[in-house]
Structure formats: C-alpha cells, structure tokens
Design a protein around this ligand. Structure first.
Ligand code: NAD
Length: 534
C-alpha cells in the first residue's frame, strides 16, 4: 500500500503503553523530516500539569475530553503524532482516526510489561501492572484493529526495526542508519528523492549540484526541489565516466564553488553514479575543509556501494582512487526510479556487487536472484520487478552499512567487501580499464571461490554456485589474458603485505576473511581456470 507522505498529512501512531510509540515516532519523524508530536506531552505542556495530575485531580473522563480535542486539532497537519494508548476508547477519536493514516504498534505482553515496569508515570498501570495490561489488551486491541491502516510489531530489537516495518508497509521504502563520523540515513524506494528538501541543513542558502552529462536533463527535477526550498543552485555538469575523476574536473568544481561563494553551511548534492558520488563527495570534503553533502545515487553500483560508507576521491596518473578522503554524507537518498533510464550494461555491472554482497553476508540475496529469472533485465527491474529489486538493493545496503559502521576506516572487517576485487582489479588493470568493474568483480569472485576450493575452505559446489549466479544475470565468468601481467597487477593490490598476496576468501560455516595465498597457489588456480592466453 502506498500512503501519502506525512509531509502533506498526519500519520498517527497508536498502541498500548510501552509499545514504543514515542520512540518510534521520533525516529520516523526524523527520517521523513517531519515534526513529531507526542500528544500526551502536548497536553502536559498546554495544561501545565502532568497526565497523572490530570487523572487524579480531574478524573479520566476529563482527560479523555482534553485528549480528543488535542487529537482532532491535528487534522490535516503534516507530521507524525504519537497518541496516548487509551485514546481509541473515545468514540469521537475512533470516528476521526478511521479516515486517517494510522499505525498500530503491537508488542508482546512480556515486552510491554518489561517496558512499563521501568516507567512509573503511567496512571492506569500503577497496581498489578501485569493484570492491568492484560485487561487493556483485551479491551483495546479490537479498537486498535478497527482504526489501523497498518500494524507494526515491536520486539526487543531496536526501534529502527519498527520504523522499517512502517515505511515498508506504507510507502514500500526502507531505511538504514549508518554510523560514521555522524549517523546518517540511507533511504531506499521509489520517490525518496522527494525527501531531499527536508534534509537540507536549516542554515544553507546555496547548493552545488554535481551531475554527469548523461543526467543533466533529469537533474532539473532535483534542481527544482533545491530551488523550491529557497536555495540558490549552481549546477556542475561533468563528463560521463571514469575520466571525470581527475584533477582538472575537480579544479573546475572548486572554481565554481569559489565563484558561487559557497560557504561552510551550504550544501553539495550529487546526482549520478559512483563517479559523481566519489567526485562530488571529494569536492565537498575538500571545499573549506568540508561542507555537507547529500548523495542521490542513480546507478545500481552507486546505490549499493559507492554512496554508502564515506569513501570519496579521484584518480591520478599513478592509479585509481589514490587521492581521496573518508567523508560521510548527511544522507543518502536511493531513488529506485533512476533505474528507469539506467542502461542495461550499467545495471548488469551493478548486479556483480549485489551478488558479491550476497556471497559474503546475505544468502537471502542469492535466493532472490535464483528465484527471479528476470532479475538481470533492467526493464523488468524498473517496472514490475521493482519490489524485488528494492529488496536486494535494501539488503545490500544493509550489509554495507553494517560493515562500514563497524569499521569505517577499513581496519579489517571492511576489507571483506573487497571479495572478488583482488583479481578483479588485476584484470581491470590488465585490460587498461576497458572492462567494466562489475564484470571484473564477477570473474574475481569466481576466482576467489576456486582459490577457496583449492585451500579446502569451501566445496566445489559453492564455486559452481558462484558461476551460475553471475552467469544468470549476464555477467562473465571467465577471463583469458596474460598471466604474468595479472600477477604484476596482483602484487600492487593494497591488501598485499611484504610481497605476500592476500585475498578475501569465503570459508564454510564462518565469516569471510582476508588470507595470505602463495603465488604458486594463485598460478595453479589460474591455470586450472585456463586464464593464460595461448
Ligand atoms: P558512473 O558513475 O560512471 O556511471 C555509469 C554511467 O551511467 C555514466 O555514464 C553515467 O553518466 C550514467 N548514468 C548514471 N546513472 C544513470 C541513470 N540513472 N540513467 C542513465 N544513465 C546513468 O559509474 P558507476 O559504475 O556508477 O561508478 C563507478 C565509480 O564508482 C568508480 O569510479 C569507482 O571507483 C567508484 N566506486 C566507489 C566506491 C566507494 O566506496 N566510494 C565503491 C565502488 C565504486
């Protein structure tokens, strides 16, 4: 079901005491950039009395009247409103809620009891809370059900999980919170770029919009959102493709920032693939030693990989991504509508990173790919398959978010995201970057899997599964070239230490890890896979 955003109408949270309405409401409001109002707190504020005082001094009936008045007064107001647990017992409130977007947060008795016993402010639960909660559940559950548009389950997990359930049900969106130098949201779904205005820092007056040539027309929508929010917008259009990650382009962007007098409180927005997020992110990181940046990734690769985790940078004659900075964005808005214009070849290349993510961390991604034979077709992905693609994109982002949150500066764990990249980079280098990164990664993952078989870490069936997965979405599985050139490339890999090659390898029953592999083993597997051109 697709509901209207609470930027144009209210969303109401209902549920028993302890279900988490206030906490969830706060996170939901902050994610969607709308106000969050707790009606109980609002009544306390306007009456100057606590809820307990109103109950004991004026009685429950008087409180319910005040509550109904406060709720009805919110009609048509944008925002997320957390309502008191008993409001549904007032018929007037139920009548009102029936026509609204209402989210019932349901929680297990045990969970509710644990939470309410930590809070002594609940007037209806003072004596024998266990029995009282049971009574309330029995009486109110049918009333909640009657007015609810959707139901979210609150468990002992973090409240973010409840927010995710709500976003999925009402908007088919998802979000994940990433921990970097600060926490930021990555929100995924069709139409999420509409949230851009809400994420603009309150004191920004200008923005630099970084876009590739191919998206210059499409970017006018983003430009008008920024202008609509009152910003002066300067559009920086760069060449398509990797060559834009160079010093000359960077220098032109700095010039534009200077001419536009972009200040430290202003904003950089990127709208494009990984080249735009890397370049625009680095522009933001370096201008005035850092101005806020929001990424709107438009390729599958940028959605699941480049926009998350704060790596930014450019290429130099000495190699790719050698100059850069870790610089976290304010937010990442992954609008799946961008898939509509994405060329098939770019989509296929992005799927390599998605499959890689499934292989290292999330087998559910692999199951979805196996179960959906059309998943490799971008036209399907951008239309009837969008829900399915949303699921694999969200799962991939969640894995990357979890890993970079635990290891922002790539001290160890983050290296596992480089599964398939060691041989992948060597192939890209050997091909003078004429082969797509995703294609090289697909071959690199298959190579790593065969290394794993050779070292007894995984079985041959797993390596075969790698091949079937990549093949099923139209990615290559084999490479033929000059083995000694590949070996030279491997030696320059940043994971190599003291001349020893190191690969990320899968290992049955445990997490992937970086392992030293001898040159002999690499050559043996390369020979087995007939990589040497004859
Ligand atoms: P890209 O940004 O060059 O985009 C590919 C092409 O698609 C470009 O021509 C672009 O203009 C076009 N395009 C983008 N979105 C489109 C859309 N929706 N419709 C039509 N055309 C569209 O390439 P990429 O594959 O997205 O990114 C590759 C870059 O990402 C590399 O430079 C790589 O180093 C970087 N990267 C960075 C990280 C990181 O963590 N920072 C991770 C992975 C990759």
């Amino acid at each position: 079901m697709i509901a209207q955003l609470p930027t144009s109408q209210p969303w109401y949270l209902i549920g028993l005491p302890g279900s988490g309405k206030s906490k969830v409401g706060r996170i939901l409001g902050a994610t969607l950039r709308v106000p969050h109002i707790d009606i109980d707190a609002e009544i306390e504020r306007t009456s100057g009395k606590s809820i307990s005082e109103i109950f004991s001094g004026e009685g429950e009936a008087a409180f319910r009247q005040q509550e109904a008045k406060a709720i009805l007064a919110t009609a048509g107001q944008p925002g997320v409103f957390s309502l008191g647990g008993g409001c549904v017992e007032t018929p007037e409130v139920r009548d009102f809620l029936r026509d609204q977007t209402v989210i019932w947060i349901e929680a297990h008795q045990r969970e509710l009891l644990a939470r309410v016993s930590r809070n002594t402010r609940r007037p209806l639960l003072v004596d024998n809370p266990e029995q009282k909660l049971l009574d309330l559940t029995e009486r109110r559950s049918p009333l909640y059900r009657e007015v609810a548009t959707c139901t979210a389950q609150s468990t002992s997990g973090p409240p973010d999980e409840v927010v995710r359930q709500i976003l999925r049900q009402l908007l088919e969106w998802d979000f994940v919170s990433v921990r970097g130098t600060h926490r930021y949201n990555a929100i995924t779904g069709s139409g999420v770029s509409e949230l851009l205005a809400g994420y603009i820092p309150a004191d920004a007056t200008k923005a630099l919009l970084v876009v590739p040539d191919a998206l210059a027309n499409q970017a006018s929508h983003i430009e008008s959102i920024l202008r609509g929010a009152g910003l002066g917008v300067h559009v920086f259009v760069h060449r398509d493709g990797e060559t834009a990650k160079d010093l000359e382009t960077l220098s032109r962007a700095w010039d534009m920032l200077g001419e536009a007098r972009i200040g430290r409180r202003d904003l950089v927005v990127t709208f494009g693939g990984g080249v735009s997020t890397d370049l625009g992110g680095f522009v933001a990181a370096t201008w005035l030693r850092g101005v806020p940046v929001i990424h709107l990734p438009t390729t599958l690769l940028a959605m699941v990989d480049a926009s998350i985790g704060g790596k930014t940078g450019i290429d130099t004659p000495a190699g790719k991504n050698l100059v850069g900075a870790f610089y976290d964005p304010l937010a990442v808005l992954v609008d799946l509508d961008s898939l509509v214009t994405l060329p098939q070849s770019e989509y296929t290349a992005g799927l390599a990173e998605v499959i890689k993510t499934g292989l290292i961390e999330d087998p559910e991604i692999l199951r979805i790919i196996e179960d959906n034979p059309r998943i490799g077709d971008v036209a399907w992905a951008a239309s009837e398959g969008m829900d399915t693609v949303a699921e694999i994109v969200q799962r991939s982002i969640a894995v990357k978010a979890r890993i970079v949150s635990a290891d922002r500066l790539e001290g160890g764990l983050r290296e596992t995201l480089n599964y398939g990249h060691t041989m992948g980079h060597a192939i890209e280098r050997a091909e003078n970057y004429g082969m797509r990164h995703g294609e090289a990664v697909a071959i690199g993952c298959i190579f790593a899997a065969h290394l794993g078989v050779e070292l007894g870490l995984i079985n041959a069936e797993t390596a075969h599964k790698h091949e079937l997965l990549f093949e099923s979405v139209g990615l290559p599985t084999r490479y033929r070239g000059n083995l000694s050139v590949l070996m030279e490339g491997l030696a320059t890999d940043k994971k190599a230490r003291q001349g020893k090659l190191r690969f990320v390898l899968l290992s049955a029953g445990t997490h992937p890890a970086v392992q030293e592999v001898t040159n002999d083993t690499v050559v043996r597997v390369a020979t087995l896979l007939e990589m040497e051109e004859r």
